[in-house]
Design a protein around this ligand. Structure first.
Ligand SMILES: *Cc1c(COP(=O)(O)O)cnc(C)c1O
Length: 411
């Protein structure tokens, strides 16, 4: 028989979303008439922007002629898309990021996992707790961790707790680390980092020769104009950070698939002899060998995000979800719950009521309100006692769900 990758056996069984699905199924099998509202998994619900659909339809028609046909495109993405991204998302905010430093891909979930291909074993890795599970599980699969302990924490990882006490932004590591995963605005807590906080991380990384993997998938949801959208808004970040971005949440591309990773030129790692090696060349080589690019049609759809109509439509989408978040925040506060996040991110992080842990609150809301959320403990041990609600839903569903939660808590 073929030998398997034994690292996969270290992954914790009963992973979060399958366990949620199991409990929801058991409940709806027993209560088939209960109208369940899902505010759990972070998928968008509203239609694709008109500008993106128009651009994709035009691209489909182009593909129907010999002159307009496109086969394999550049593995890094078409230059016109990379130039639009560099100009609108980075240069317009004062970040000196060029089109050459942008790698278009079919998702930042896969990029944030695949990046481990170009990083060696033996790096000391820091993740926040709670955390987007992909960062941890991809390290487990790549053999960069030990086994999980009783609390579900893997040996070899440095966990940085994020909680109400530190404003959900984590303290700098007290032990030296080489690789730091940061996600702001944050999934799952909905927290955002200030310029000063990000500067603290960049200064730490530069002083310790560490690399920051910065996930900015939710940057479009930032409302406060003084907050940074990109790690490259911080001086020195080009020398210590890779950034992940996605069209999934701002433009509703979760089912269409387009994202990007920024690897600045001159960002260095070291080889086994301590010689400096540019990461850009390694990632370029990795993508050229293992990836064949995003479809022409989808890249034209993503490009349309940057045209005047596209910008207005994306803004309206984000505003719609953020109004949902504001409703969730105010209705839950009115019900006496303590809420965090939801002001610069589409997630509201709720403290569970006294006497209920994360799964206890999950079961209570499912049974009494028929509302599905996500137990905070599923994102890490320090998420225990919290609960995530997503603003990705119709207005009617959000209002209905909030009314039912208020009734469930009062009752
Ligand atoms: C949704 C999300 C992404 C985007 O993933 P895609 O693969 O681009 O759809 C990235 N990071 C986090 C933390 C997310 O929640």
């Amino acid at each position: 028989m073929v030998l398997i990758n034994g690292n996969y056996l270290k992954l914790k069984a009963g992973y979060l979303f399958p366990e949620i699905a199991r409990r929801v199924k058991a409940f709806s099998d027993a209560n088939p008439e209960a109208p369940i509202i899902r505010l759990g998994i972070g998928d968008v619900t509203e239609p694709l922007p008109q500008a993106c659909r128009d651009a994709m339809k035009t691209a489909v028609d182009e593909m129907g002629s010999r002159e307009g046909f496109h086969g394999y495109g550049p593995e890094q993405g078409y230059l016109w898309l990379r130039e639009a991204i560099a100009s609108h998302d980075f240069q317009a905010r004062g970040c000196q990021i060029s089109a050459e430093e942008i790698f278009v891909s079919d998702g930042s979930k896969c990029d944030s996992a695949n990046i481990l291909d170009i990083l060696g074993e033996g790096n000391r890795i820091a993740v926040t707790d709670p955390v987007y599970p992909v960062y941890v599980d991809s390290n487990v699969m790549a053999g960069r961790t030990g086994d999980a302990d009783g609390a579900g924490q893997y040996g070899g990882l440095t966990y940085l707790p994020i909680n109400a006490e530190n404003g959900f932004t984590a303290q700098l590591p007290s032990e030296p680390v080489d690789l730091i995963y940061l996600c702001f605005p944050n999934n799952p807590t909905g927290a955002v980092a200030s310029r000063e906080q990000l500067k603290g991380w960049v200064d730490y990384a530069l002083a310790h020769d560490a690399l920051i993997l910065f996930d900015a998938a939710y940057e479009a949801f930032i409302q406060d104009p003084s907050l940074p959208h990109s790690i490259y808004e911080i001086e020195g970040a080009r020398g210590c950070a890779i950034e992940f971005r996605s069209f999934s949440k701002n433009a509703g591309f979760t089912g269409t698939r387009c994202a990007l990773t920024v690897v600045p030129r001159g960002l260095m790692g070291k080889d086994a002899n301590g010689e400096a090696v540019e990461l850009w060349g390694l990632w370029n080589r990795r993508q050229c060998t293992k990836f064949n690019g995003v479809s022409y049609i989808v890249q034209r759809g993503a490009e349309a995000v940057y045209c005047t109509e596209g910008q207005a439509q994306v803004k309206a989408l984000v505003a719609f979800y953020m109004e949902n978040a504001a409703i969730i925040r105010s209705e839950l506060s009115a019900a006496g719950l303590q809420v965090f996040g939801g002001e610069q991110a589409p997630y509201v992080w709720v403290k569970t009521p006294a006497g209920l842990d994360s799964w206890g609150f999950f079961d209570q809301l499912l049974q009494r309100a028929h509302v599905v959320g996500t137990p905070g403990s599923g994102f890490g041990a320090a998420g225990e006692g919290y609960f995530r609600l997503s603003a990705f839903n119709s207005r009617a569903n959000v209002i209905e769900a909030m009314g039912r939660i208020q009734a469930a808590i009062a009752g």
